[in-house]
Design a protein around this ligand. Structure first.
Ligand code: IPD
Length: 264
């Protein structure tokens, strides 16, 4: 499946940043044993990746705005379009030498995500979606959310709040409700890949509180284009602004979202 010109620019930028991160990831393992530790190095790798994405996107579309994790937002000459970018989603995994992290790029038009790319450089998987044309893996495999209907067979992903987060009590309550009725909950540490895996039918659902637009922009489009639902946990909110997301296959979404929404 061929994507639009914008999508091709996004895929190229994500893969180029991915190649830079892969080189740095090789170095991180050596740094684990050094006295200085890998923290500063990883921040530099993250910023380098953001620069690569930014150069590629800006060269192709100089008028678009920018919202990225590592730098200040920029309003473009075209105020209706902006890139929403996390150059390294799964920073903690990267820092600890764990091979599960991604580059994620979304394009927002008039407040709505219209294209999204999530590239996993380690597994060399590129997930993408465009509004109205479906969700794809490497442009070859059309993604569909899971069809499992029996709750006890379903598997979910979530994110566990960092130390000191105000979302810890709610997340623990969620876990207490969902664990007894499903086959398992995973915490793999990349919100973007969690959503891509829901789109691919690997997970049946995903929820997390306190996320940013760059963590979930591309992923929510992937889930929707793969036939699933991605909604704010608190109904009536705008998902990207709210940042509390519940997503899942059409087969279980209603039951799953009801469990998660009971907490609020
Ligand atoms: C984080 C990851 C993680 C999620 C956190 C995010 P970062 O993004 O997506 O899975 O639980 O809430 O902040 O910091 O690695 O870009």
């Amino acid at each position: 499946m061929q994507g639009s010109a914008n999508l091709n620019v996004m895929i190229k930028a994500a893969r180029k940043a991915g190649r830079s991160l892969i080189k740095d990831f090789g170095e991180v393992e050596n740094l684990q044993v050094s006295a200085k530790g890998p923290g500063d190095f990883v921040s530099r790798a993250d910023r380098r990746a953001e620069e690569i994405v930014r150069e590629e996107l800006t060269a192709a579309r100089p008028n678009y705005g920018w919202l990225g994790e590592e730098s200040a937002p920029v309003e473009g000459k075209d105020p209706t379009r902006r890139w929403v970018v996390d150059p390294l989603d799964g920073t903690t995994n990267f820092l600890h030498g764990m091979p599960h992290w991604a580059v994620t790029i979304a394009l927002e038009h008039k407040g709505e995500i219209v294209s999204g790319v999530i590239h996993d450089p380690v597994k060399d998987e590129t997930f993408w979606a465009e509004k109205g044309t479906g969700a794809w893996l490497d442009g070859k495999t059309r993604l569909r959310v899971s069809g499992r209907t029996s709750m006890i067979e379903t598997v979910y992903a979530t994110g566990l709040p960092f130390a000191g987060s105000k979302y810890l009590p709610a997340t623990l309550r969620d876990l207490g409700r969902i664990l007894p009725v499903c086959a398992g909950v995973r915490r793999w540490g990349s919100a973007a890949l969690d959503l891509a895996y829901v789109a691919a039918g690997r997970y049946d659902g995903y929820w997390e509180r306190g996320l940013h637009p760059w963590d979930i922009g591309a992923g929510i489009l992937l889930v929707r284009e793969a036939g699933g639902f991605a909604e704010p946990i608190r109904e009536g909110q705008t998902l990207l602004e709210d940042g509390h997301v519940v997503a899942g296959s059409a087969a279980i979404f209603e039951r799953f979202a009801k469990i998660i929404r009971t907490t609020d």
